[in-house]
Design a protein around this ligand. Structure first.
Ligand SMILES: [Zn+2]
Length: 212
């Protein structure tokens, strides 16, 4: 009898939920944020696409608070952030997207981290839009130093020719999925590799972007 009583109580009062941004306890909200944090987040409206891309969407403008979340998501095994972050990724219908390609990590980096955060996001986006993920279309053939530690020209130099695309992308409309766009150099190099292999259009859909 007590078990039934406990069950009824647990159904009546949903467990408290922690806001993704400030981690304070709040009643469950649809987007995982408390009212205060929702007000601090700024939407990114039509960011300019980096060179080689036919379009870019990013749901949020990058800010320090988001930086902490992305850091934990990438390196701290916080895979549970995936649905929260993936909700800010959008793919316009006019792109006529046929394939999703998560921005690849070098296999050694992925092995060490145990996962690729862009792939986790792609899984959610794929089920929402019904577009297949084709991660084998693009590989990172070279290890490159952490981008955030590099300056502009050095970044471009390091990434030149670091990606290789498969011929199956020929004539296709492809959407790259990534978490954050900063300089756009990585996306740009991915797009160049895909277009070199014959892709018709290459777009990118991301969670957030820095002021561009
Ligand atoms: Zn909050």
């Amino acid at each position: 009898m007590n078990r039934i009583k406990d069950l009824l109580i647990s159904l009546a009062a949903p467990p408290p939920h922690r806001c993704f941004l400030c981690e304070r306890e709040f009643p469950m909200s649809e987007d995982g944020l408390c009212d205060e944090c929702r007000r601090t987040l700024k939407l990114a409206i039509s960011p300019a696409p980096p060179e080689g891309l036919d379009g870019l969407t990013a749901g949020l403008r990058y800010c320090d608070e988001l930086g902490t979340i992305f850091y934990r998501f990438k390196t701290g095994e916080r895979r549970d952030y995936t649905p929260f972050l993936a909700q800010f990724i959008s793919i316009p219908e006019e792109w006529r997207a046929e394939m999703l390609v998560p921005v690849p990590l070098h296999w050694l980096r992925e092995y060490r981290r145990t996962y690729n955060q862009s792939f986790l996001l792609s899984e959610y986006v794929s089920s929402r839009y019904g577009i297949p993920i084709c991660r084998e279309l693009l590989v990172r053939t070279r290890r490159t130093p952490q981008q955030k530690l590099q300056k502009g020209t050095q970044r471009r130099k390091n990434l030149k020719g670091a990606f290789q695309a498969a011929p199956e992308c020929q004539g296709r409309s492809i959407v790259l999925i990534d978490d954050v766009v900063t300089s756009g150099t990585t996306l740009s190099e991915c797009a160049k590799a895909l277009k070199k292999a014959g892709a018709k259009h290459v777009y990118a859909a991301c969670v957030a972007c820095t002021e561009r």
